[in-house]
Design a binder for this molecule. Structure first.
Ligand code: BES
Ligand code: ZN
Length: 849
């Protein structure tokens, strides 16, 4: 069979399925080389169907035989599916197919990881398991029989019966095929129970390899916290008697929300204090919540088609962000989310891969699980909430759940619920889903006779395929401060709907200092020239914590830009502001740490690009180090004191309060290390009894080139733990001197522990390389070549992970001509590789434009 040319799929071409599925029965006879999958599917014609030809998706399947209503049939088979004449009314389709899980290195469909069988079916993996209408608007009731010589055999829903070498499962909730899951392995469970508000007693399990049983307690607590939260905040209770989570070592993504059987990358569920950092704990808590929350936003209400992906992902990210904020503090969470959005989504929006939150077309849907769909998608939910208010939001969501439960819905359905529940016209707001690019809002103002005029002008730059943009409906939260820092006008939600609008504030005693876009009320870039003095007032006094942080951020950015452009030392006013924040005991430690952390090299490059300049990565790297050195020198005494007072006594607790203290003490340590030759960091490394403290110390030591001994000790201590070893690989690349980054990465690929077929390990090396701006963009192109070599090597095995990592080249256009040429050459080399996957082909083509 030859692969047909990649097809572009268009949202506008959506056609309702010609046949619907009532029930699916699957029998698996597991074997690594030849697994048999027998399917029995009850089809019935869809009265609303617009397809006239019966078609089932199927890839890499060997069809042994098929029948319709018991009569053998001979379908017409292609590389992507089959077709066959069918009766007019309902009928039963049966097929017997053979697949080879051990040979499935793409980790999509049924595959093997460390001796266990597992599945990944989103978005279009089920078609690699059997012939099926593999589209989310076809929902069926699944029952599954698994035969195999594994002690644990799991699928969706409830266990029905089991015996030696077999188990049967039944899922009472109709679901699309992408939510199907199967796991078979030598696993043990960390178990617990939960009683829902509806009185349902739910058995909870986290299934792991026997050696990982001591890493499950935190994930279990996070799961229960998520269940409580969804009941309390969204009124959504769990709907089965069993909830299983399984940890697997080889997984392309973070985790997957299969009905009743979530499958997790082991890095996203396994945690204990000596092997996981505070950041790991927080991430695990959020991902467990995210996948659990999908049970309502994704599973009970799913997507009509993959163009609607943000319907489940944007909403579910928004929900997990709110959950984390509730548990750990909203101010710091909002800052972290804004940082992620800017680093990932703004970057995507500014380059060749820019696309709307709801794209209009795709070649490979896996390439659209992007920061735009997820993070910007979540921002759109947040803006809707701001526009309709908390009560309006609750009413709209209740209506959404009532009206669309059991359905495959669209963005139009979603917005209609807001309109029907609140009466708001969201016609213009809907543009956010269709128009790509990050809007820029330019702020100007004047003050005459006690009246203040604030003028906002919005502009969205052109993006691929969208040269002309229309004005968006943007909620801009604004407050006004008096020159002494007191608040004269509390937060007001201004609603921009036009290209340019002026807002008037009367009866003011003095020219106010505006605090614009409070709480980062919209995912936009603010062009707002403010004096350093005004920023200093905002940093010291703004009642909005986000903008307090943002004011410090803007000051820091200007300091860094001055250092890059003219080698200037930091403005003393900035250092004074930092000192005041550092020593302000009224502020949460985690918040203080966020203010102390400088914008990244990437952020500085972004700012230069926006100013029309070409960033020089090495220069940015050394200028930023200079600034850090100057900050350390200026704040040495205060940092020393904070370092001492922020030490956390007693046993490790991953919760926010202690984590915040550790973040602050480790941020301060990273500065102090620049002055004390690593003295404190070495001591912390020696005395550390948890991974947060241990790795932070190692990080500091590597940063000053003094970490080699600790690095060796770290390896000796942790070589038996894959997840910790991922950190070992990544950190030494991330903290390397730019001149050595590429050679370090290259030599690590020759390390016996470098298992390049494992996505986590591959990413730990090449994600760190691509993330080291100055190292990756080495002038001779060695970074580009190394990455290209390995992407070419990985593509035939694992197209999804390859295609994701090609995005390392997406900022090509911002660099100088030499670097652009070298990147283009590397990409062209990838593009010309024979039999390159559809995933990678699409990404390279989009980046090359
Ligand atoms: N449904 C996705 C998993 C997925 C992603 C499947 C891409 C197929 C292709 C899951 O709910 C998800 O979004 N996972 C995220 C983590 C989450 C916390 C944002 C992931 O895997 O990165
Ligand atoms: Zn998700």
């Amino acid at each position: 069979m030859k692969d047909s040319a990649p097809q572009t799929v268009y949202l506008a071409d959506y056609a309702a399925p010609g046949w619907l599925v009532d029930s699916v029965h699957l029998t698996f006879r597991l074997d690594p080389e030849t697994t048999r999958v027998v399917s029995r599917i009850a089809f019935r014609p869809n009265p609303e169907g617009t397809q006239d030809r019966f078609y089932l998706d199927g890839e890499n399947l060997k069809l042994i035989g098929a029948t319709i209503d018991g009569q053998p049939v001979t379908p017409e088979i292609t590389a992507t599916g089959l077709t066959c004449p069918v009766p007019d009314g309902p009928f039963v389709w049966e097929a017997d197919v053979e697949i080879a899980p051990a040979a499935n290195t793409a980790l999509d469909g049924l595959y093997m990881s460390g001796g266990m069988y597992c599945t990944q079916c989103e978005a279009e993996g089920f078609r690699k398991i059997t012939y099926y209408p593999d589209r989310p608007d076809v929902m069926g009731i699944f029952s599954v029989r698994i035969e195999g010589d594994m002690p644990v055999l799991l699928s969706n829903g409830n266990p029905v019966a089991s015996g030696d070498g077999w188990a049967e499962w039944h899922d009472p909730w109709p679901k699309p095929a992408y939510l199907f899951a199967l796991v078979a392995g030598d696993l043990v469970a960390h178990s617990d129970r939960f009683t829902t508000t509806e009185g349902r007693d739910v058995a909870l399990n986290i299934w792991v390899r026997p050696g990982d049983l001591d890493k499950c307690a935190f994930g279990m607590a996070a799961l229960k916290a998520s269940m409580v939260w969804d009941e309390q905040v969204y009124g959504r209770a769990y709907d089965l008697d069993l909830f299983n989570i399984v940890a697997v070592d080889d997984f392309n993504m973070g985790a997957m929300e299969n009905k009743g059987l979530n499958i997790f990358n082991s890095s996203c569920v396994l945690a204990k204090s000596d092997t996981s950092t505070d950041a790991d704990f927080e991430r695990i808590e959020a991902i467990i919540a995210h996948e659990y929350f999908h049970n309502w936003t994704g599973n009970r209400i799913t997507c009509r088609d993959w163009f609607q992906l943000c319907l489940k992902e944007g909403l579910t990210v928004f929900r997990d962000q709110t959950f984390t904020g509730d548990l750990r503090g909203h101010a710091v969470k909002r800052i972290d989310d804004a940082l992620t959005l800017r680093a990932r989504q703004f970057r995507e929006d500014a380059g060749p891969l820019a696309h709307p939150v709801r794209p209009a077309s795709f070649v490979e849907i896996n390439n659209f699980y992007t920061a735009t769909v997820y993070e910007k998608g979540a921002e759109l939910v947040g803006m809707l909430k701001r526009l309709v208010g908390d009560d309006g939001y609750r009413a709209a969501l209740t209506l959404y759940f009532d009206r669309h439960d059991g359905q495959a819905a669209t963005i139009e359905d979603w917005l209609q619920c807001f309109t029907d529940a609140t009466g708001r016209d969201l016609t213009q707001f809907a543009l956010w889903y269709a128009q790509a690019g990050t809007p820029q809002i330019t702020v100007t103002d004047d003050f005459v006779d006690g009246t203040y005029h604030l003028t906002l002008a919005q502009m969205t730059p052109p993006t691929p395929g969208q040269p002309d943009k229309q004005p968006l409906h943007i909620p801009v939260a604004v407050g006004l401060l008096a020159p002494d820092g007191s608040e004269v006008v509390p937060t007001r939600m201004l609603e921009m709907t036009q290209a340019r609008q002026t807002y008037t504030f009367a009866d003011l005693a003095a020219r106010p200092i505006p605090s614009v876009l409070r709480d980062f009320s919209a995912p936009v870039i603010l062009n707002h020239t403010q004096s350093a003095a005004d920023r200093g007032v905002l940093l010291a006094h703004d009642s909005d914590p986000f903008n307090r942080w943002e004011a410090g951020r803007m000051l820091a950015r200007d300091v860094l830009l001055a250092a890059v452009r003219d080698g200037k030392a930091p403005d003393p006013a900035y250092l004074d502001g930092l000192r005041a924040t550092l020593t302000d005991d009224q502020l949460h430690p985690a918040f203080r740490a966020r203010i102390l952390a400088l914008p990244s090299e990437q952020d500085v490059a972004d700012a230069l690009v926006r100013a029309g300049e070409t960033p020089d990565p090495e220069r940015i790297h050394s200028a930023r180090r200079q600034v850090r050195q100057a900050i350390a020198t200026a704040l040495d005494a205060q940092m020393d004191a904070v370092f001492a007072t922020m030490q956390v006594p007693g046993p490790y607790d991953p919760r926010a309060e202690d984590a915040g203290r550790r973040t602050l003490s480790n941020t301060v340590l990273s500065y102090l290390t620049l002055l004390d030759a690593g003295h404190r960091a070495a001591a912390q490394y020696e005395g550390a009894d948890n991974m947060t403290q241990q790795i932070a110390a190692l990080d500091c030591l590597l940063d000053i080139g003094a970490g080699q001994e600790a690095l060796a000790a770290f390896r000796a201590q942790w070589q038996g733990d894959r997840l910790v070893m991922d950190k070992w690989f990544g950190l030494q690349i991330a903290r390397s001197d730019p001149a050595e980054t590429v050679t370090r990465a290259e030599s690590l690929t020759r390390d016996p522990a470098f298992d390049w077929k494992n996505p986590n390990r591959f990413r730990s090396v090449f994600g760190a390389l691509a993330g080291h701006m100055a190292g990756f963009h080495r002038q001779d192109g060695a970074g580009y070549d190394l990455l290209a070599d390995w992407l070419i090597k990985l593509d035939p095995l694992n197209p999804q992970t390859t295609a994701r990592m090609v995005t390392a080249f997406d900022a090509m256009a911002r660099y100088d001509a030499t670097r652009q040429e070298l990147m283009r050459a590397a990409l062209t080399r990838i593009a010309r590789t024979p039999n390159l996957s559809r995933d990678t082909t699409e990404m390279v083509a989009r980046i090359l434009g």
